[in-house]
Design a protein around this ligand. Structure first.
Ligand SMILES: [Zn+2]
Length: 147
């Protein structure tokens, strides 16, 4: 649709892990272009950049800008397998998946002992018992509070 804005998303890795100090994708052009309704462009606040951290020293940056009508998409080396970051940005305005859990049909099967649930978006699965434990103080912590 002529009315949609072409948005150029670029991936970079500003923080590299310590194991070799270098990201193998360095120097490449990781770009994808998505067409969005102007309203969504405004809501996302584009031009904008986002940061994603894996919590182990690795991080990724995604920046977005509006392409001008005559602009050609630059030569791209794909998106290094991180298209899901852009999908999350378009869905939630952040590269982080806002998990929505539903019971996992694998529950009770080998490798999935106990009750499991799975995110309907990113397919991450977790054991419900563990998830509940993370959300609540442990018994030991509760006992300690009154002392
Ligand atoms: Zn998820």
């Amino acid at each position: 649709m002529a009315n949609r804005a072409r948005i150029l998303f670029r991936l970079n890795m500003p923080n590299v892990g310590s194991h070799n100090g270098r990201w193998s994708g360095e120097g490449r052009n990781y770009i994808i272009v998505r067409s969005l309704p102007p309203k969504q462009v405004e809501e996302l606040g584009i031009p904008k950049s986002w940061h994603y951290s894996w919590g182990d020293g690795w991080g990724a940056g995604v920046s977005a800008r509006v392409m001008k009508p005559g602009d050609r998409k630059p030569k791209s080396d794909g998106f290094c397998g991180y298209e899901w970051m852009v999908d999350n940005i378009l869905r939630w305005g952040t590269p982080y998946c806002q998990h929505q859990w539903q019971p996992d049909a694998n529950s009770g099967k080998p490798g999935y002992e106990g009750q499991w649930e799975r995110c309907i978006f990113c397919q991450t699965s977790r054991r419900i018992k563990e998830a509940e434990a993370a959300a609540r103080p442990t018994e030991g912590q509760q006992a300690g509070k009154g002392e």
